[in-house]
Design a protein around this ligand. Sequence first.
Ligand SMILES: C[S@@+](CC[C@H](N)C(=O)[O-])C[C@H]1O[C@@H](n2cnc3c(N)ncnc32)[C@H](O)[C@@H]1O
Length: 438
Amino acid sequence: MQKKSNTLALKRKARNARHWALITLLEFHEKGQLLLEPPSRFDRNRESSLYRLFVFTVIRHLSRLDRLIFYLTEKEATRLDPEVRVGLELGLAQAMTPERVKPHAALHETVELMTWLGHEKLKGFINANLRRYQREETALTRRLGAEPAAIFYSHPAWMVERWQAQYGKPKATAILQANQEQADIHLVIRPGLDPEALRAELRQGGVEMSPTSLAVEQAQGLFDLQRFVQGDLLVQDLSGQKLVRLLAGLPKESLLDACASPGGKLFHAEWLYGGEIRRLVGLELDEGRMQRLQDNHKRLKSKAVLLMGDAKQPALQEQFQLVLADVPCSSTGVIQKHPEIKWGRKPEDFKTNQAEQLALLQGLVPLVAGGGHLVYSTCSLEQEENQEVVNLFLAAHPEFQIKPFAPGDEITPEGFFQALPRPGQMGTFAAVLAKKQP
Ligand SMILES: C[S@@+](CC[C@H](N)C(=O)[O-])C[C@H]1O[C@@H](n2cnc3c(N)ncnc32)[C@H](O)[C@@H]1O
């Protein structure tokens, strides 16, 4: 029986990013759920950003860190006292990010965590193991190179196997590698603004930008910048941006985004195709997410109509030329941004999601005008949620047929859009289903 930590008592005395990261990780190991502290918890942006760095580095590299702990202590990490395990994970994670944390700080601050926890006697143990890691890093890293992909790239073994079977080994390895990168934030800018001038302006505002794109490498302060607050910038991953651009050729005098929040696709479509769209509607089921959608709507000064409702049983009495069903899914395409996803999924989830996704498409059928299009999209890498959903839907709805995207990069032989995770890009799948004229 694993010892449980008294995280409530720890929360009362937590003072800095390391304390909070330790508590969040203890809870993550205990409950299998990531419950992040809000930025308002921290006095300064820097503390909040360090907290997220610590938590996400440990979760992203979990199997790798735990294997290093095994090399060092000759004990499975899961058999150690949870506070010692997390202490070592945090110490090693900091040693892996020397650009943010100096090696002596990684060591000293982690040893001090033991004092904070009341484990004076363990200081020597933590100190000795972290020092040994620093001395033998090259040899230990080489040893990791001989581990299976699931350990080396820190993913569940079943997930690695399913991607290898689905995509072949080279593509699966590329996905695993991309997932281990820290995700950038990608921006879309309001049409008419000069990207070069804007990049320079953001840099001046202290936001670290990629030299070649509108990717933000260090987002600290981004959301407080006047440009952001006044609604000239939209956050959207690259594959989402590509999908919106791929909709260029489809008629869209009336457009419904049936699963709209936070509104990346809805508002980007408004920016790109506003001249063509006469009626733009965003539908959202969840109250909390509706609030987020409304906040973005206000910030971006959008003219879209927002409605709360269930796309499975929509109350709308009208039809749209273009209906976007960007459905909830397992999100295995966005592990780069949310590394906790890989530890929270089970193989049986995908079929369960499939039933929900089909019900959603089914609910939207009456809203698609004859001659119009239904665009189905997910951020899943799993066939059950992508190709299978499309095939099952088409089998039940002969009035629809696939309208293939023009051949090109990231277009499958069937004409689906399938962007796989790459460094700086997350995964997206999309299919256009054309409805016949009645
Ligand atoms: C993948 S997200 C959509 C992302 C959004 N299209 C974008 O590009 O920013 C799916 C959204 O669908 C919402 N949703 C889930 N079930 C729904 C339903 N039955 N009807 C309407 N919205 C639903 C979720 O709350 C979530 O906000």
